[in-house]
Design a protein. Structure first.
Length: 180
């Protein structure tokens, strides 16, 4: 179990605000789809490719999970309070098991999309493009890459990226892999 902290809550609120593109105070399934589509477009990927479909499907499944847990339903809208509460209950409270069930599929799909050379890992250039695609200042991409590359082999595996996103969301790593 990971205890929510001020850092966790701040990061969740920023994530919520990033999804709430129309600033109406709620996130809907269309917001999750729009983010996936923005990332796909930033990579110049065909929206019908298997990698693009996997990312969209993962984002929509994540929304459906959160919406189900908050009781708003698949066609509903979550407030920031509902989103933070369900994230804390389903991810922080359950630690790695919750993270792996809820967030890991989206991270893995993102790596699949970003892996433009198809080698199953992210190069420094692919990682930089990820940061740019999600609206993060990529000026620290090299330093961030080195922090995440725990094997030191110059490539990021899905496991390394998943661990980094987990550490970021749990407040123990300051590499904004999901946007500011």
């Amino acid at each position: 179990m990971v205890m929510p902290t001020a850092v966790n809550n701040d990061r969740l609120k920023k994530r919520f605000q990033k999804w709430d593109v129309n600033a109406n105070g709620t996130v809907e399934k269309s917001d999750f789809r729009a983010e996936a589509e923005r990332i796909i477009e930033a990579f110049g990927e065909d929206a019908t490719s298997p990698q693009a479909r996997a990312l969209i499907d993962a984002y929509l499944a994540m929304f459906d999970f959160f919406a189900s847990k908050t009781g708003v339903g698949a066609d509903g809208a979550m407030t920031e309070e509902q989103f933070v509460g369900v994230f804390e209950a389903a991810v922080h409270a359950e630690g790695d098991a919750g993270f792996n069930r809820v967030i890991r599929p989206t991270v893995a799909a993102m790596v699949g999309l970003c892996d433009t050379d198809g080698d199953g890992e992210l190069s420094p250039g692919e990682f930089r493009k990820w940061l740019e695609a999600i609206g993060v200042d990529a000026s620290s991409a090299t330093e961030s890459f080195q922090l995440i590359d725990t094997s030191g082999n110059g490539k990021l595996t899905v496991a390394e990226v998943v661990n980094a996103v987990r550490a970021y969301l749990f407040g123990t790593l300051d590499v904004p892999l999901l946007g500011h």
